[in-house]
Write a protein that binds this ligand. Structure first.
Ligand SMILES: C[S@@+](CC[C@H](N)C(=O)[O-])C[C@H]1O[C@@H](n2cnc3c(N)ncnc32)[C@H](O)[C@@H]1O
Length: 224
């Protein structure tokens, strides 16, 4: 995985130039997004930021719910494509670690698979969460989703860091954790196993033994 912001932007510029879309079918993804928004109690008209929006599918699904959506990404190609696909939605090239919005501006921040969290430097992740929270209103929510099989390392087929359960818990100040979170859920099972979104720690630990390495998602709700 590239290291610097510029390298990351160039990497994803190339990915999106080839027209690559998010990995999951839109119908399925829609269900997951709606489920998360229901749980975060995001109301119609809410100001929503889709961080690392890529070519904009999640922004579009959030827009469908009647939110006032802004999608941002560091990849200029991703943002150009997002504007082509969804011209009615606001998309901007921005660095997720230096957001230019007023304090408390957003009701809900959605951040799925953003490379900023792909580091062993837990302090860097904590600082980034604090930054996202600074542009979230009091009472609002940051929903962070990332992959992890909880092993604490990378796999042969991916350079995504699979943070351990203890690391994940330590990233988030306890006072900001939703009462039910953090969760680990198996992405493809979110639809059929709705309660997977509110599983307890024991179930979470058990899930790590499922033989589907890529699909597991950490879901963190940070309530401000
Ligand atoms: C794995 S993709 C996920 C895209 C989309 N959220 C999804 O789940 O399909 C990671 C995205 O984060 C973006 N990204 C990485 N670092 C970023 C940063 N510092 N600021 C904004 N976007 C960033 C990348 O350009 C890329 O579009």
């Amino acid at each position: 995985m590239p290291d610097t912001r510029q390298q990351i932007a160039e990497y994803y510029d190339n990915v999106y130039a080839e027209g690559v879309q998010p990995a999951y079918p839109p119908e399925f993804t829609r269900h997951v997004v709606h489920n998360l928004c229901d749980r975060a109690r995001v109301v119609h008209g809410a100001r929503v930021l889709d961080v690392g929006c890529g070519t904009g599918l999640y922004s579009a699904l959030l827009d469908e719910r009647g939110y006032d959506v802004t999608g941002i990404d560091i990849s200029e190609t991703g943002i150009r494509k997002a504007k082509e696909y969804y011209p009615h939605i606001r998309f901007e090239v921005q660095d997720a670690t230096a957001l230019p919005y007023p304090r408390g501006h957003f009701d809900f921040i959605f951040a799925f698979g953003v490379s900023v969290a792909n580091t062993h430097d837990l302090n860097a992740i904590r600082s980034w969460f604090e930054h996202l929270l600074s542009v979230t209103r009091t009472g609002g929510t940051v929903a962070f989703l990332g992959g992890s099989n909880l092993s604490g390392g990378s796999t042969e087929t991916s350079d995504w860091i699979n943070h351990s359960w203890n690391d994940i818990r330590s990233i988030v100040p306890r006072t900001l954790q939703d009462a039910q979170g953090p969760w680990l859920s198996h992405f493809r099972l979110m639809k059929s196993l709705h309660p997977a979104l509110s599983m307890n720690g024991a179930t979470t630990q058990a899930l790590r033994f499922l033989p589907f390495s890529f699909e597991r998602r950490i879901v963190l709700f940070l309530r401000k």
